[in-house]
Ligand binder design. Sequence first.
Ligand code: ADP
Ligand code: MG
Length: 240
Amino acid sequence: MIEFREVNKAYGSFQVLQNINLRIEEGEVVVIIGPSGSGKSTLLRCINRLETISSGELIVGGTPLHDKKIDINRFRRDIGIVFQHFNLYPHKKVIDNITLAPVKVLGLSKTEAKERALSYLKRVGIADKADSYPSQLSGGQQQRVAIARGLAMKPKIMLFDEPTSALDPEMIGEVLDVMRDLAHEGMTMVIVTHEMGFAREAADRIVFMDNGQILEEATAADFFREPREERARLFLSRLI
Ligand code: ADP
Ligand code: MG
């Protein structure tokens, strides 16, 4: 579903991603961890081409993203992304936040889009908030709206960049529960998170990054039993 082949990414002379090789299969849940500034967000953002790569090849769902000629809007429909800050439209009701893209981009009728939005709101447990405004919701509820909004496009891949980092501790669980369900349903997911309990339990694979490189890639079971890399061990020992 996703393949990085010797991908490099630079901002000017600064190498953010160095020789990234990574293959993610359909239905796989991959958690990316690593210190702040190690390139996790950049790697994630390359997958839906919010960032362009400097060299190498990146193929997502059969589309070669290094090819400048691709229809990027067509491509992006299939990739949902959820950020740390929920990025909901504050002046639109929850339901309208969710129906916007399916109507505009997929061409669904308003009725179809509304039905679809309600079904996803139900799945994330907040169907009763359809007519509320984002500011009337807790952070955890807003993030669940953001996830429902992503799912309403029926994407092939969901990307998450620290989706619980801005939440109060008591709301982290409700968002992770939604993500765990998605993982069990077979969604292809790439998740940047510091929630190691979740990673251990929900991830098929852990990718540990440092200084723009993938230092270690292992099954969650192997990684949490004993990381091979000293820096990964150090990173974990500081977190847990
Ligand atoms: P992480 O998500 O692991 O914290 P990022 O991918 O956000 O790391 O950033 C990796 C490095 O790239 C950091 O050193 C950051 O300062 C730098 N960086 C990120 N975005 C830009 C940008 N637009 N221009 C220049 N440097 C950037
Ligand atoms: Mg980041």
